[in-house]
Design a protein around this ligand. Structure first.
Ligand SMILES: NCc1[nH]cc(CCC(=O)O)c1CC(=O)O
Length: 335
C-alpha cells in the first residue's frame, strides 16, 4: 500500500503476455486495472509459447500448461515482472519460485454455443457437426445430444468461428473470452451449467509474479486487483481438479458461486465419460467464516482474511472430489 511514497520514480511494471488476440486483450484488461489501482506505469512484454507455435491438437500436446510454460520461464528469467494467464489453462501444481498474486474479478464462467443458423442446442439438426477441442465440452455435448457429431478442433477463437462458414454447424467457446474480444454477438446461446458445467477457473485471469517480489512493489500492486470472492470460488474449483489429479484438458468441470447466506460457497463438480455415455455430477456447499457479506468481501484484500476462510474453500473442493471418486469418477473419466 506504500507504492507511492518513494521519492525515486518506480520503473514500469512489466507484464508478460502471449501474442494471441485473446491473450493481448486479457493482458490489457489487467494492465489497465493495475495502472488504475496502483498509479504505476505498466508495460506489455510479448512472449511466444509452444502452444501458439504448434498445430497439434491441444490434448495431444501432452502435459498440461503448454501455454503457461514459456510465460513462466520468461518470468523466472526476469524478462517481465508478472505474467497473465487464463486460470483454466494453468496446472494446479505450484511452480517453484512463482505465486498467483492476483485473481481479478472474474467474468461469466459459462460456455456459449455459436451456430451458423443461430440455432440453440436443441434446435441443431439431427447429426449436426459441432467443434470443440475440450474433452469436457465434447462429453457434455454428447450427453445432451447423442446424435451430434463432435469434432476435435483447435486454434484461436477467430479460427474456430471461421469454421462455421466452412464445415461446422456449431462451436462451443468460453463466454468470457468472446466478451473480452467484443464478439459476444456471435453467441447463439449461453449454455447453463446444468447442461454445460464450466471448466474449473473458467473466465478467471491469474496474475503470477516471482514469490520473492511479493513483499515489494510488485506484490503490493497485485494485491490491489485481487478479488476475494473470485479467489474463494476458484480455490474450491481448482481443489477438485487437484484432488482428482486431473489435468486442465481432462473431462472435469467445476463451478462455484458465493452467496450472502453466511456467506456460503456453493460448488458443483462433474466428471464425464468422453463418449458421453456416463457422468458423475455432485454438489455441496460450505459457509465461509468471514464477518462480511459478499459485497464487503469484494472490497477487501486477501491478507486481511483468516487462514480458515481459505481452508474452508479448499476443503469444500477436496470433499466434493472425494465424493466424486467414491461414486466412480476415476472409471467414468478414465483419469
Ligand atoms: N482453452 C483456450 C482458452 N483459454 C481461455 C479461454 C477463454 C477465457 C476463459 O475461459 O477464461 C480460452 C478459449 C475458450 O475456451 O473458448
Amino acid at each position: 500500500m506504500t507504492a507511492q511514497t518513494s521519492t525515486t520514480p518506480l520503473p514500469p511494471l512489466r507484464i508478460g503476455t502471449r501474442g494471441s488476440d485473446l491473450a493481448m486483450t486479457q493482458t490489457t484488461t489487467v494492465a489497465d486495472a493495475l495502472a488504475a489501482a496502483s498509479g504505476r506505469e505498466v508495460e506489455l512484454v510479448r512472449i511466444r509459447t509452444e502452444g501458439d507455435r504448434s498445430s497439434a491438437s491441444l490434448s495431444s500436446l501432452g502435459g498440461t500448461g503448454v501455454f503457461a510454460a514459456a510465460l513462466r520461464e520468461a518470468l523466472l528469467a526476469g524478462e517481465c515482472d508478472m505474467a497473465v494467464h487464463s486460470l483454466k489453462d494453468l496446472p494446479t501444481l505450484p511452480t517453484e519460485g512463482l505465486t498467483i498474486a492476483a485473481l481479478p474479478h472474474r467474468g461469466d464462467p459459462r460456455d456459449v454455443l455459436c451456430t451458423r443458423e443461430r440455432a440453440d442446442l436443441a434446435g441443431l439438426p439431427h447429426g449436426a457437426r459441432v467443434g470443440t477441442g475440450s474433452p469436457r465440452r465434447a462429453a457434455q455435448l454428447r450427453l445432451a445430444r447423442p446424435d451430434l457429431e463432435v469434432l476435435d478442433i483447435r486454434g484461436n477463437v477467430g479460427t474456430r468461428l471461421a469454421r462455421l462458414e466452412r464445415d461446422l454447424d456449431g462451436v462451443v467457446l468460453a463466454r468470457a473470452g468472446l466478451t473480452r474480444l467484443g464478439m459476444l454477438d456471435r453467441a447463439s446461446q449461453t449454455l447453463e451449467p446444468d447442461v454445460m458445467l464450466p471448466a474449473p477457473g473458467q473466465g478467471a485471469l491469474a496474475v503470477e509474479c516471482r514469490t520473492a517480489d511479493l513483499e515489494g512493489p510488485v506484490g503490493s500492486a497485485l494485491r490491489m486487483i485481487d478479488h476475494v470472492p473470485t479467489r474463494l470460488a476458484v480455490l474450491a474449483e481448482r481443489a477438485v481438479l487437484r484432488t482428482l489429479e486431473a489435468g486442465c484438458t481432462a473431462p472435469v468441470a467445476a463451478h462455484a458461486t458465493l452467496t450472502d447466506d453466511g456467506p456460503r460457497l456453493f460448488l458443483r463438480a462433474g466428471v464425464f465419460d468422453p463418449s458421453g455415455a456416463r457422468a458423475v455430477v455432485r454438489e455441496d456447499s460450505a459457509t465461509v467464516p468471514a464477518e462480511a457479506d459478499v459485497a464487503a468481501l469484494a472490497e477487501t484484500t486477501p491478507e486481511v482474511l483468516d487462514r480458515q476462510v481459505w481452508d474452508r474453500a479448499t476443503g469444500l473442493g477436496q470433499r466434493l472430489a472425494h465424493r466424486l471418486l467414491a461414486d466412480g469418477a476415476a472409471e467414468v473419466a478414465e483419469l
